[in-house]
Design a binder for this molecule. Sequence first.
Ligand SMILES: [Zn+2]
Length: 397
Amino acid sequence: MNKKLDELLKYSRKYVPFYSRIKGHESVHKAYEFMPVVSKEIMARKPETFISTQYEARSLENYLTSGSSGRPLTIYKSKRDVYKSSRQLWFWRKNEYGVSLHDKMCSLYIRSLARPLMPTTFVDGNILYLSAIKMDSNTIIEYLSAMKNFMPLWIYSNPSSLYLFVKYALDAGCYTMPNIKYIELSGELLYDNYRECFSKFFSNAKIANLYGVREINAIAFELSCGHLHVLDDNFYLEHYGDNILVTGLNNYAMPFIKYIVEDNVKIEDSSCANGGQIISILNSRETDFVLLENSKLASPTLFHVWIEKINTPLTKVIQYQVRQTDRNTLCFSIVLKRKTKENIILIKQELVNLYVQSIFNNLNLDIEIVDVIHIDKLTGKYKYFYNDIVSIAVRKE
Ligand SMILES: [Zn+2]
């Protein structure tokens, strides 16, 4: 039995209200078996019962995970948790790709209403932030100039945002960025055609895929052998049907024990010199692009921001989904908390106002109020945007 897992279970039984109530695990070695499987929904119902009594929530760092498919969940971590859970990743980044914590980095970030006043580009310490949501023909000029001035050594992004960045940079007459030494991609499936596109544009960069869940952080990291190696100092993993159960070995302020991650992931022992376990991602989050009237592509993430705006300060939209059904049409399906006549008119109007000021305003907008939005049959996940006419993804067969 894993010693770190043992310690975490003992601690949770003693100090975390949700786990201290669970009977039938007197023997430490059996404790793991008796622990219940926990989903995001279960945690979001009573999040305070998952926080250790050894900490005060106010004194902890917190992160809000976006709640497009249901209730958002606030995650709490102590400084010690954050430090301990990032150690192995930084060790590997340094050893495999030569980047360290103090190197200049560029992050393509997804703006959230949690921090509404964040500008399109800004520098915080050794990180240059560029808004992935605002990526278009105009902002790319600002982004390229910011990168030229700042000279980052490496880039952290999700694959679709970086793909858009490269497309717009090429359109703007920037054909390569040889100063970038390393690129780390996370948050979505990394398609082969994306990888090829990045290798060409960032001609001197090594590329690594980082698999993680927003709630708990990085789970597996692509080493130069090409495998996604599990960060075993951080996680204990097991299969759960097609999904996995994740236990964060360095999360003490708010433990994640047997937490379901609804990606289709295969875990196996590696046969390479790096040892440990490796994973293959069979299905995970994907992002389609919106095709604009001028045939350019745009990120659909802005729709998230709109719904967040409409839902501030009170939740009015419970779920939504957007579909581009043809070259000229975006269809919004919306589930309302209160389906009154006044509410329907009000929310449709709010959405139209946001839409007319956006880069999508040359497309027709259809809004329909529905009772429920179903999850994607293929991935078992809720997907907020579909493009029925273009597919950008090319996967390895
Ligand atoms: Zn390997």
